[in-house]
Each structure stands twice: as structure tokens, then as C-alpha cells.
Design a binder for this molecule. Structure first.
Ligand SMILES: NC(=O)c1ccc[n+]([C@@H]2O[C@H](COP(=O)([O-])OP(=O)(O)OC[C@H]3O[C@@H](n4cnc5c(N)ncnc54)[C@H](OP(=O)(O)O)[C@@H]3O)[C@@H](O)[C@H]2O)c1
Length: 250
């Protein structure tokens, strides 16, 4: 089966492409570097020719509120129109658990992306993942106030990129759900506690302060804003194991 991975050079895109190739599928890892650009439309028509499935794993180069909204709206519109013309049979996209439950600019952009997919006539599956473990360092940096990392005690359940990619690849090979599937990591605990465990495991001396008023990328986080509320597929890689693997790979 021919599968196009948009954003195929990214963190999740490269891992998903490798898994699908190992399964014997014809995979094209598409991105601006390979001449496929969902914003300008460059290479889209040729890039999608003969594709049965398109997996959208592109990400915005800027996370600024307006830029990220513009990215996911323009990219989604161009990509879905090209897929309709090419007769693509399954569109898979990666979104975020709770994207409609916490108010920040990035989440608003992902909601806009989901709405475009739902309104299109292409059979689809949206995979909503919790935060990637690979993103913990960036979260700590964004939550620094003075010398400490300040985070709310809302529940947090990060997932390793390898587990995300395995689930995205699996979903892409199944029938379209025309709905949302949620995936999360194997451990759930207050945000500040998971961050403290992570920093300790990597030998980072920064203090983590539990602060119910602290925001996540500007948005308020309640107890269950960032975790699945219903059924979810769980990843296998625990935080300690992920840290061990990342340190071994470095
Ligand atoms: N971070 C999280 O915790 C989290 C949680 C849940 C879901 N997600 C979602 O997961 C998805 C993948 O994230 P990631 O971290 O794997 O992304 P990433 O590593 O930043 O990779 C982004 C990819 O998008 C490509 N790209 C950028 N502009 C493009 C354009 N105009 N046209 C086509 N491709 C373009 C890049 O191509 P080049 O290499 O050529 O620049 C790259 O392959 C995103 O949609 C994100 O919203 C993230």
C-alpha cells in the first residue's frame, strides 16, 4: 500500500515512516525538504499521486498564537483538497488529548485542524496523543519562573514518541474510524510530580514548584484537562525506561 507521511522527516513522522517501511509498505516521507509543502502547495499534486493513505504529521515552525493557527488552517485546507483530488481513502492526523479542554493558542490551532478534517469528505481517523516525553525539556523551559519550574498539579500522562509512532502506524493500516482515538503514556500523576521525576532522572537540579495558578503555554489546566477522559490506548514505555533509553542513545 502506498502511504504518504506529511512531515515525514519530523520526530513522529520519521519513526512512523520507518515502522511502515518495515511492514513492507511503500512509504513517501514528504516535507518541504523533499519538495512537498502544504503551505505553498508545492509538490502536493505529484506527491499524492497513487496514495491510498495520507498521514499528516506536519508541525508549525512557529508556535506563536496567530502563526500556528494560520499554519494548521492553511496546511489542512491545502492537503485535504489535494487528497480529495487524488482519491485518497484514509486521512490520519495527530492531534492532542484535551485540545478542546484547555485554552492556549496551540490547542486552538489543533482544534481548527480537527474541524477541517471532520468537515472534509475524506474518510479519516484523528489520533489524539498526550504530551510526548521528548517534549518535557521544552515544557520545563517554558515553565521557568526565576530559578524554579512552576507547574500546576493537574494530571499528566506523557507518552514516548516510539509509542506514538507505533499507534499512528497501526491506525493508518486499519479502516478509517471517522472519529477520534486517544493514546496516552502508561503512568498518570500530577504534572509537577512527573516533571520533578524527569528532572531528577536526568540529573537536572532545578526545583519544581506545585502551583495551581501556573499556566501551560498560557492556558489554565484543571485536574483532568490533559488526560484522556474515556477509553485510551496506553503506550508501554515508562518515564524511567524512556530516560534510560534516551541517555543510552545520546
Ligand atoms: N509535542 C507534543 O507533545 C504533541 C502531542 C500530541 C500531538 N502532537 C502533534 O504531533 C505532530 C508531529 O509533531 P512532531 O513533534 O513530530 O513535529 P516535528 O518534529 O516538529 O516535525 C515537523 C515536520 O513538519 C514538517 N513541515 C513543516 N512545515 C511543513 C510544510 N509547510 N509542509 C509540509 N511539511 C512541513 C517538517 O518538515 P522539514 O523537516 O522539511 O522542516 C517536519 O517533517 C504535530 O502535528 C503536533 O501538533 C504533538
Amino acid at each position: 500500500m502506498k502511504i504518504i507521511v506529511i512531515g515525514g522527516t519530523g520526530l513522529i513522522g520519521s519513526k512512523t515512516s520507518a515502522i511502515l517501511r518495515q511492514g513492507g509498505h511503500e512509504v513517501v516521507a514528504a516535507s518541504p525538504k523533499s519538495g512537498v509543502n502544504t503551505i505553498t502547495g508545492e509538490g502536493l499534486k505529484q506527491g499524492l499521486a497513487g496514495a491510498a493513505v495520507v498521514i499528516d504529521l506536519a508541525n508549525s515552525p512557529s508556535f506563536e498564537d496567530k502563526a500556528v493557527l494560520e499554519f494548521f488552517e492553511t496546511s489542512g485546507r491545502n492537503l485535504l483538497a489535494a487528497e480529495a483530488a487524488a482519491g485518497v481513502r484514509h486521512h490520519v492526523a495527530l492531534s492532542i488529548v484535551g485540545t478542546d479542554r484547555s485554552d492556549n493558542g496551540y490547542f486552538r490551532a489543533k482544534v481548527a485542524q480537527e474541524k477541517l478534517i471532520e468537515a472534509s469528505r475524506i474518510p479519516y481517523t484523528i489520533v489524539r496523543a498526550t504530551q510526548f516525553m521528548e517534549f518535557l525539556g521544552a515544557i520545563a523551559a517554558s515553565a521557568m519562573v526565576g530559578n524554579a519550574v512552576r507547574l500546576p498539579p493537574g494530571l499528566f500522562q506523557p507518552i514516548a514518541a516510539d509509542d506514538v509512532a507505533a499507534n499512528v502506524a497501526d491506525v493508518a493500516l486499519r479502516a478509517p474510524q471517522n472519529g477520534i482515538i486517544e493514546i496516552a503514556g502508561p503512568e498518570r500523576a500530577p504534572f509537577n510530580e512527573i516533571m520533578a521525576r524527569y528532572l531528577k532522572a536526568i540529573g537536572d537540579p532545578r526545583e519544581v514548584v506545585r502551583d495551581p495558578e501556573a499556566r501551560y503555554w498560557g492556558g489554565r489546566v484543571e485536574e483532568r484537562s490533559l488526560v484522556p477522559l474515556g477509553e485510551a490506548r496506553l503506550g508501554r514505555i515508562r518515564l524511567d525506561e524512556w530516560v534510560r533509553r534516551s541517555q543510552a542513545a545520546a
